[in-house]
Design a protein around this ligand. Structure first.
Ligand SMILES: [Zn+2]
Length: 390
């Protein structure tokens, strides 16, 4: 089975002649005008269309700069070792105001060595011209197909939480790990910093806060990558498929009379889910979202929702007496739902033996619960048959 992955390759423009620098700058400026209001700016025609889309889809704030979207059929990157100035050249579409029409210029670019194998015309998708710290970059989106395995020996279920970025549990024996509390610490630190700057009424407070925001998001992003690496490495150890709780799931709450999310969150879940999926696919491993509704308030052991979460971080079941870590409970339920045969199971779309009782199930062991207070004897969690009682 194959999955598409998209990698962003950042190439830097260098050694621009005055004329080319002027054309790049003009195109960028005209794009800003186009996305922020004036529909009459002179742009390369395909780029002008893209500006229209950015304007209607994103409706960007007036004080933001938007990268110029370059349609994939208008750009080309070429390797030429024989040229003295640069071994990589990029064909950039621009509006040429001297000729009063669309034109293209070849600009010298630097490509990170590790990414050179990704740059073939067939794999390049719509990309972006970015201006940062006085330098020009093109962020090339490179899409390719990678093979992922069809069969697995275990399920690594991931619950993304507010306290920990992720809590992961193997479904076979509930071996659990907690990943990356750091993000919360980083967020808290910068929140305090912003507050104190705001109070002090620093003259350039706004700029300082903006720079802090940049630094913060880079730190957070780094941490998300770390956590994703940990999760993929962990899944690899047991040849496990990765499943994670899908945050976008809403459930109808009768008491509230409206759809609610099970978690109120400030964590960048969507980003975490993207990074994890990307890294898993590159590792040849399937990674799938599972609806998350009710997973935190349902007892993983008996399926009862007669539970309470009054003690910080714990879940207690009033029916079977379970007293468990709340995140671990949630992750286990996510794993159960992933293999459930009466729940529309995302795993069934994998064609993985995991989800199909008639196939020889690869999952082994159903009674690995190690907490002595919670005897697993009555668990009823048989991975090969029976429906998870969620
Ligand atoms: Zn229970």
């Amino acid at each position: 089975m194959h999955r598409e992955v998209t990698t962003t390759v950042r190439v830097k423009l260098h050694s621009l002649t005055e004329r080319k620098a002027r054309l790049v700058e003009r195109e960028y400026g005209a794009f800003q005008e186009a996305v922020h209001g004036d529909g009459n700016a002179n742009l390369y025609s395909a780029t002008k269309q893209q500006a229209g889309k950015v304007k209607s889809n994103k409706n960007p704030r007036a004080d933001t700069e938007q990268p110029v979207v370059l349609r994939n059929d208008c750009i080309t990157i070429e390797h030429d070792e024989d040229t003295v100035l640069s071994s990589w050249w990029f064909k950039l579409p621009v509006y040429n105001s001297e000729k009063e029409r669309g034109d293209s210029i070849w600009v010298p670019v630097r490509v990170p060595e590790k990414d050179t194998h990704l740059l073939t015309d067939e794999c390049i998708r719509d990309s972006e011209l970015v201006h940062r710290d006085g330098e020009w970059y093109v962020h090339l989106a490179c899409k390719r197909s990678v093979a992922v395995a069809d069969e697995y020996d275990d399920v690594l279920a991931v619950d993304m939480g507010a306290k920990w970025i992720a809590v992961s549990t193997f479904l076979s024996d509930r071996d659990t790990q907690f990943h990356g509390a750091e993000v919360r610490r980083v967020r808290e630190h910068y929140k305090q910093l912003r507050k104190s700057i705001g109070k002090a009424k620093v003259r350039s407070g706004a700029q300082v806060i903006e720079r802090i925001g940049d630094k913060e998001s880079r730190t957070v992003e780094h941490e998300l990558h770390q956590v994703a690496n940990e999760l993929v490495a962990r899944a690899r150890e047991r040849n496990a498929v990765i499943v994670f709780g899908d945050m976008t799931g809403l459930r109808f709450d009768n008491d509230e009379g409206r759809y609610v999310n099970d978690k109120t969150h400030k964590m960048p879940y969507a980003k975490m889910a993207n990074i994890l999926t990307y890294k898993a696919h590159l590792d040849g491993r399937e990674c799938l979202p599972v609806k998350e509704y009710d997973t935190s308030r349902t007892c993983w052991r008996c399926g009862s929702q007669n539970t309470s979460r009054e003690v910080q971080g714990r879940v207690e079941c009033h029916d079977c007496g379970l007293d468990d870590n709340g995140d671990k409970n949630g992750a286990t339920n996510i794993g159960k739902r992933a293999v459930g045969k009466d729940i529309t199971s995302p795993l069934s779309t994998v064609g993985a033996a995991v989800a199909q009782p008639e196939t020889q199930v690869v999952l082994k062991g159903t009674n690995g619960e190690m907490e002595p207070a919670n005897s697993p004897d009555d668990v009823g969690l048989t991975l090969s048959e029976g429906s998870p009682r969620l």
